[in-house]
Structures are given as C-alpha cells and as structure tokens.
Design a protein around this ligand. Structure first.
Ligand SMILES: [Zn+2]
Length: 250
C-alpha cells in the first residue's frame, strides 16, 4: 500500500492527504480544492451531487433490483445476503461541449458505391471518470446534473469515502474529445461503410469537476459474492452482477 503524502490546505491550513497518482485534492475539513502539483487553489467549478440514501434505505433499491427482471433467480432477494455497502464519492469531469464532425465516407451497400460528405453536430455533457483504475460503467451513468450543488463538505456523510482526481482538467478535456470523436465514428457506421476522413471541431462551454455519490454493494448468494453499483442520487442500479440461473432437469 502506498503511503499518503501531505500538503497544507491553502484555505484553512489543515493537512490535505493525498495518495500517489492523485492530482487534485479536496480538504476534508473545509471542502477547499487544491491542485497538488502547484499547491494552487482549484479555480474551476467544483460540484456535488447529493446522496439520497443511508446504509439502511439503500436496501430498498437493492431489493427492487433483485426482484425485477426475469434473468434473475426467482429466490435471489430471499436467499441473498448483503455483505458490504460502501458509499464512495467518485470524481468526474463533466465537459459541456458542442461537437461538429465533418466527414467524408463511402457508402458501399448499394451499387455503384457513393461518396457521402456531411457532418454530425451534437451537444454533450460528456462525463470523464477522474480515476484510472476504478471499475465504473461511465457510459451507463446518466449523471443527474440538474441536482448538482456547489461542493459542500458538510453534506458528505462521515462514513463515506471521497476519492480525489487522478486526471487533470486538460487531460480530461483531451479524453472527452477522443471519446466523442470515437462515438461519432460509431454513429457514422450506419451512414457510411468506410470513413475516408473525419475532423471534429469542439466548442467547449464549461468544464465542471464533480463528485457523485455511488454505492458499491456486495451480496452473497449461494456461496458466491456479487457486486452491484448503485447511483446514490436516484437509486438506479448502474451495474449488477447476476448469478446465473442453473436449470436442473431432475
Ligand atoms: Zn481546508
């Protein structure tokens, strides 16, 4: 386990702990956010999505998930036992951007093939997870942005864990641009069979650093442990491991 290093919060003077690889750290005493490399204050908007569940109430969406959907074993809710429920505030960058991809491609599904030249123009609140190794289904997560408030450390539960960002703003922006262009290439697959050229222009409107409440739940069912990832703002299951139903012929 790597040892946590320390800097001083430039707002309240308290020690701000951070781990190797983390680039942006938030003071747990006053909520002030610092860029670790420079020790400078973070000047972009830092927001928080509020958690709506406590460790007891989170059982409701867990049970609901277990009881719904026909792919699950019928006795899943009855026979499983929750063994772990951790509330983690995950860091994200939300890049609000207009993206316009001009492209030229060949449509080969008809004879003779035709060359198509057109553009895709879309607006996004593109989400970039600010952790390198965290297993999280970012593209499944429809971040409830309308519920965001300015980051407030007093609204963070004592039992919750807060993760700092391992990705700087510029890197997040680059990642968002790459991912958006890849997404546009994907969208183009229904219009052209081969892309000859594509170039994307971005008009970045806003970049927000955001902490979102995510529940990481583990449950045990018939001797194996499975994971659920639940949005703490809405109770929606973002990812859930389902035990495979074994049908017996006997
Ligand atoms: Zn502080």
């Amino acid at each position: 386990m790597a040892v946590a290093q320390e800097i001083r919060c430039s707002h309240c003077g308290a020690p701000v702990e951070f781990k190797p690889g983390e680039l942006v750290a938030t003071c747990k005493y006053c909520g002030f956010t610092t860029i670790i490399e420079t020790g400078q204050a973070f000047t972009f908007e830092h927001s928080l999505i509020l958690n709506q569940y406590d460790p007891t109430r989170i059982d409701e969406p867990i049970k609901d998930w277990m009881q719904s959907g026909f792919l699950k074993p019928a006795d899943l809710a009855r026979k499983s036992r929750i063994v772990e429920k951790d509330l983690v505030y995950l860091p994200f960058w939300v890049i609000s951007v207009e993206a316009k991809s001009k492209y030229k491609g060949i449509f080969e599904r008809i004879a003779p093939p035709i060359v198509k030249e057109d553009s895709i123009e879309k607006e996004y609140n593109w989400l970039v997870l600010a952790r390198e190794a965290t297993e999280f289904p970012t593209r499944e997560y429809d971040v409830p942005l309308e519920g965001k408030v300015p980051y407030d450390f007093r609204k963070i539960e004592g039992f919750a864990k807060i993760l700092n960002s391992e990705i700087e703003r510029e890197e997040a922006l680059d990642l968002a641009k790459q991912q958006i262009e890849a997404h546009h290439r994907f969208l183009l697959e229904k219009d052209v069979d081969r892309i000859i050229e594509i170039s994307t222009e971005f008009n970045v409107k806003q970049e927000v650093y955001l902490h979102s409440p995510i529940w990481f739940v583990k449950y045990e069912y018939k001797g194996s442990v499975y994971q659920l990832i639940i949005d703490g703002a809405t109770g929606t299951t973002l990812k859930g491991d389902i035990p495979s139903s074994k049908f017996s012929l006997l």
